[in-house]
Design a protein around this ligand. Structure first.
Ligand SMILES: Nc1ncnc2c1ncn2[C@@H]1O[C@H](COP(=O)(O)OP(=O)(O)OP(=O)(O)O)[C@@H](O)[C@H]1O
Ligand SMILES: [Mg+2]
Length: 407
């Protein structure tokens, strides 16, 4: 099997599926997807491990599939972290510019980022992203790259993302037991942003929403950087459960009916279109109107977006999302869902399919794979920066991961 530094692997651990992508970083900087694995996620619950052995088996299955497709033996990977236990805050750091000539160096930037993340957090939390939003030198703000600039005082506004230590440890243990080293944990909405957002949207202001199976996450990006995140325990699973209860069919049958006939907007469905749904446990099928299915799904979709809207309103970010809303994750495949998002937010909404990749795009070019694709794009960016730095020999590995979006 192939080995080598020019391969990047992303493992997206979701509530319903494990998605693994093996990508090749080509010399021209392009990312070619060469292997994909997908398996049902067992032993995981909304981003946390609920059964170590089951989770390990699911991840191994997915990795084996990606390995046999790519001919590459996975040794290390970027791993997604999501779930309602993720917390995020904005913070600010300040340091004196240390060199005699008062020119900002990589070390000053590393120090100011470390200073900005020296905040009091609960002992069970661990910071796993410190993302610069802007730098300020003396009184000049809005600086994206301060290195080489003159000044006395360097400040940084950052967005900090943290997760419970035990969550990261348990996911780390499962990955380790699969014989894989965790290259980095990446918040899933940050990974998504690499795959589905344009630089213009990130600059102008955009809300990125990932509707998964167990959770929905929203992050707001402005001036090129993330500034807000929130995750709620509502995802495609609850849409399926609603159908299961109200149509009196099993969850598996409801999941099939949702994907085949579901629509989140009753206005998009004609009154008289009838479809056949299966009731496996009673070994029979029945005929229902598509309207009835839409009438069940619509209130759940409205509730979901209302909760997200209230969060963005309370964070005073409604005026920030000038480019509107981008929807990704498997739940965004439900027809009519972007129309509901537009109605609730009164902003344009579009579907977020992964962009900027070559290779197996027909398999991964869907919102279901946005996090996994984003993980390898994130990894590609980190490894390019890492290489540039190690050639210069100027900065320790410790700080390489905190130089995110702005460079
Ligand atoms: N065509 C479709 N129409 C409607 N829903 C769909 C469709 N395809 C997938 N889904 C839903 O998408 C959800 C899975 O999405 P995804 O794979 O992004 O979630 P996940 O990453 O496993 O979960 P989470 O991010 O919450 O941990 C499921 O609820 C599934 O029913
Ligand atoms: Mg997910």
């Amino acid at each position: 099997m192939a080995k080598g530094d020019n391969y990047i692997v992303g493992i997206d651990i979701g509530t319903s599926k494990i998605g693994v992508i093996v990508a090749k970083l080509l010399e021209n900087g392009e990312i070619e997807i060469v292997g994909v694995g997908k398996s049902e996620a067992k032993g995981m619950r909304r981003g946390s491990v609920s059964n170590l052995k089951e989770a390990e088996a699911s991840i191994k299955n997915s990795c084996l599939e990606a390995e046999s497709m790519s001919g590459y033996s996975i040794e290390k990977a970027y791993v997604s972290v999501g779930g309602t236990h993720i917390n995020s805050i904005n913070s600010r750091g300040v340091v004196a510019i240390s060199a005699k000539d008062k020119i900002v160096t990589h070390q000053d930037v590393a120090r100011v980022l470390q200073n900005s993340s020296s905040i009091t957090i609960s002992g069970d939390q661990k910071i796993f992203h410190t993302i610069p939003q802007e730098y300020i030198i003396d009184d000049q703000d809005g600086i994206s790259d301060p290195i080489g600039m003159h000044g006395q005082r360097l400040e940084a506004n950052v967005h900090i993302i943290m997760a419970p230590v035990t969550t990261l440890q348990n996911v780390g243990t499962v990955i380790h037991n699969c014989g894989i080293e965790v290259e980095d944990f990446v918040f899933n909405l940050i990974a998504d942003s690499y795959a589905v957002l344009t630089p213009e949207e990130m600059e102008l202001g955009v809300a990125l929403i990932n509707i998964g199976h167990g959770t929905t996450g929203i992050s707001v990006f402005e001036k090129g950087a993330i500034c807000h995140s929130h995750i709620i325990p509502i995802g495609g699973e609850l849409f399926t459960n609603d159908l299961s209860v109200l149509l009196k069919i099993g969850v598996m049958d409801a999941e099939i009916a949702k994907k085949k006939y579901g629509c989140a907007l009753t206005n998009m469905v004609s009154e008289d279109e009838m479809v056949e749904i299966t009731n496996s446990s009673q070994k029979k099928s029945s005929v229902v109107s598509k309207m009835k299915i839409a009438e069940i799904l619509e209130p759940r979709a409205v509730e979901l977006f209302q909760l997200l809207y209230e969060n963005i309103r309370d964070a005073r970010l409604l005026k920030t999302i000038n480019s509107g809303i981008v929807l990704t994750g498997g739940g965004s495949l439900l027809p009519g869902i972007s129309e509901i998002a537009e109605k609730v937010f009164d902003h344009h909404a579009r579907s977020g399919e992964p962009m900027g990749i070559s290779g197996l795009t027909t398999i991964v070019g869907t919102p279901l794979f946005s996090t996994a694709v984003g993980l390898v794009q994130y990894g590609a960016k980190m490894s390019t920066k890492g290489n540039a730095r190690s050639k210069k020999g100027t900065i320790s590995k410790l700080f390489s991961k905190i130089f995110e979006i702005f460079e």
